[in-house]
Write a protein that binds this ligand. Structure first.
Ligand code: PSV
Ligand code: MN
Ligand code: MN
Length: 388
């Protein structure tokens, strides 16, 4: 029997990086709704992320997206974060908004466009050096809409060359993480559509290149925990972008659509050593809060990950292994389901109280008055927004 005391050290280590963009207004291609108190500057986004950490102690770092979070003085931004008890984390590049990237970026047929996209990544690496960030995360919108539109093979070769040039500037203490997504915005083919393509590309680069698995980036029905297992087995799972989806890349709160899938994913993370101290796996959220308040949306998200982690840690491994070896099909399944159905919320509430945290971070945040405070303070200026 695994008890809550057994799993406490692993819970203690849990850290989930928050995306700066989750605090901005977002929406769909139909409408971006605004929320009072939405940040107008990168500093305000960081201050909001820091609130999530203050109430949960689960989110010590904030990921930036460049140029959305471009500032003149990154050292000052870093100090601002530290004054709020968080650190700046992963830097996400962005080659999907400028007109020049209409037909692609790192995989584009025109060397001049590839040059611009490579230079953008080199700029991101410079920023990372300045703020002490480890990971450059690359997601590309590159792809085509119609069969025959471009040469699939040539594009893959261009991508490999572009990544090689970027990787040559990744320092010993930095990593390159390549995210995949099966479609959107391109609808016929995407240049990094799946884990296999990302794996092939990063394997060709070297030891400090990894794959990022965004849970919303697979076709419906995909067995995501199998991919988690395989990438961990191959030593190439660099990071997660957690979110949940009902249909496509919905970017909803992680664990909201399918808590059991999140549980199964974390079971494989634990099985593959992804929660160990020296694990290369960075846990991040990649979400949009289109209709709900953003700070509570992020608090709910990190708590969902923590609750599923606790349940996954409670799996009785020795009993499960014994049942598997005996081909006790229903016994093995029952052991997994026992852990999944364990309500860990009361134990987590006491665990938090023992650490000086609110037993119910959601309720404590809502009672704090912060939401009306930021709504009153943040008047004038332009709220930050983007639409997926
Ligand atoms: C793309 O859908 C994605 O998941 C990538 O991670 C981007 O960086 C993020 O969304 C924000 O656009
Ligand atoms: Mn993502
Ligand atoms: Mn996405």
């Amino acid at each position: 029997m695994t008890t809550f005391a057994d799993i406490a050290p692993a819970l203690e280590r849990q850290a989930i990086e928050l995306p700066s963009w989750a605090f901005g207004n977002s929406g769909t291609r139909f409408k971006v709704f605004t929320t009072p108190g939405t940040p107008r500057t990168p500093e305000e986004k960081i201050a909001d992320a820091a609130k999530v950490n203050e109430y949960t102690a689960l989110a010590p770092t904030v990921a930036l997206h460049i140029p959305w979070d471009m500032v003149d003085d990154f050292a000052a931004l870093s100090r601002f974060a530290e004054d709020h008890n968080v650190k700046l984390g992963t830097v996400n590049s962005n080659t999907f908004q400028d007109d020049v990237y209409k037909f692609g970026s790192l995989a584009h047929s025109d060397p001049a466009v590839r040059r611009k996209a490579i230079d953008h990544h080199l700029k991101c690496l410079e920023i990372m050096t300045e703020i002490g960030s480890r990971d450059l995360k690359i997601w590309l919108a590159d792809g085509t809409n119609y069969p025959g539109q471009d040469d699939l093979r040539a594009r893959q070769d261009h991508l490999a060359e572009s990544l090689q040039e970027i990787y040559s500037q990744v320092s010993e203490t930095q990593r390159l993480v390549l995210e995949y997504k099966f479609f959107e915005p391109a609808f016929y083919h995407t240049d990094v559509p799946d884990w296999g393509t990302s794996f092939a590309q990063v394997s060709a680069l070297g030891d400090r290149a990894y794959t990022c698995l965004d849970t919303g980036h697979h076709a419906p029905g995909t067995n995501i925990e199998f991919i988690v297992m395989q990438l961990l087995r191959l030593g190439k799972l660099g990071s997660f972008d957690f979110n949940s989806r009902f249909y496509a890349d919905d970017d909803l709160i992680v664990g909201a659509a399918d808590p059991f899938q999140l549980f199964r994913i974390i079971v494989e993370v634990i099985r593959g050593g992804g929660l160990e101290v020296d694990s290369p796996v960075q846990f991040m959220l990649d979400q949009c809060h289109n209709v709900e308040d953003k700070i509570p949306g992020q608090i709910r998200s990190v708590l969902n990950v923590q609750e599923m982690t606790a349940r996954a840690l409670l799996v009785d491994r020795p009993a499960l292994t014994a049942a598997q070896e005996a081909h006790d099909v229903l016994g093995a399944n029952g052991i997994l389901m026992d852990a999944f159905y364990t309500d860990v919320r009361p134990a987590l509430a006491s665990w938090r109280e023992e650490r000086g945290l609110p037993a119910d971070p959601m309720a404590a945040y809502l009672a704090s008055g912060n939401q009306s405070k930021i709504a009153a303070e943040r008047v004038g200026g332009t709220q930050l927004s983007w639409s997926a």
